[in-house]
Design a protein around this ligand. Structure first.
Ligand SMILES: [Zn+2]
Length: 200
């Protein structure tokens, strides 16, 4: 299984060069690269480099396109303030929480992907969204476990599990164990941490 996913990852990266680079890359070279990736070590070592992470990418049709090794998105506090709305900055970079029943994506019922507001990584799918009655958009699982990070949060005098974006560390929300089947989990997210992209 591991070899297969590593191979998928390498093939996807093979399709990613710019058009100019593509013109100089023959199909044979691409095939050789795919074969080369069957050798152990390549992807694992790339993903272990400092500042690099492995995420799963999704296309405009909502389908998984493969794993990729990408550089983490790192910006200064001043840069994030400039790029984000005050609320999105407060939620994602200061681990804030928007007021219940105020988020744009709470009542989104279209099919599509919820992407990180800071770096565009796909984090949740409408396929797992449910009405939790809490006033925050809720999901029973992330779109890919690789795309989020779960950490223990002991703020506010309680122990919770915080959920953040793998590629840029944006705080997205918390996960609780009172969700519906099949996982029993409730990912309680902030609309301000995500933007919704309807399926093409
Ligand atoms: Zn992000």
């Amino acid at each position: 299984m591991r070899d297969l996913s590593e191979n998928t990852e390498r093939v996807v990266r093979c399709e990613r060069p710019s058009r100019r680079a593509f013109l100089f890359t023959s199909a044979g070279a691409c095939g050789a690269l795919a074969l080369w990736s069957l050798r152990p070590s390549s992807t694992a070592s790339a993903a272990n480099l400092p500042g690099m992470v492995t995420i799963v990418e999704f296309g405009a049709n909502g389908k998984k396109t493969g794993k990729v090794v990408v550089a983490k998105v790192v910006k200064s506090d001043a840069e994030w303030r400039q790029l984000l709305s005050p609320l999105s900055y407060e939620v994602t970079r200061q681990a804030g929480t928007e007021r219940a029943y105020t988020g744009d994506s709470l009542n989104v019922h279209d099919r599509g992907l919820f992407r990180c507001i800071c770096c565009d990584t796909a984090v949740f799918s409408s396929d797992t969204k449910f009405d939790s009655g809490t006033g925050w958009p809720s999901f029973w699982q992330p779109i890919a476990r690789e795309n989020v990070v779960e950490t223990t949060d002991r703020s506010l005098g309680m122990e919770r599990t915080a959920v953040s974006c793998r590629q840029c560390d944006a705080h997205l929300g918390h996960v609780f164990t009172d969700g519906p089947p099949p996982t029993g989990l409730r990912y309680c997210m902030n609309s301000a941490a995500m933007h919704f992209v309807k399926l093409a």
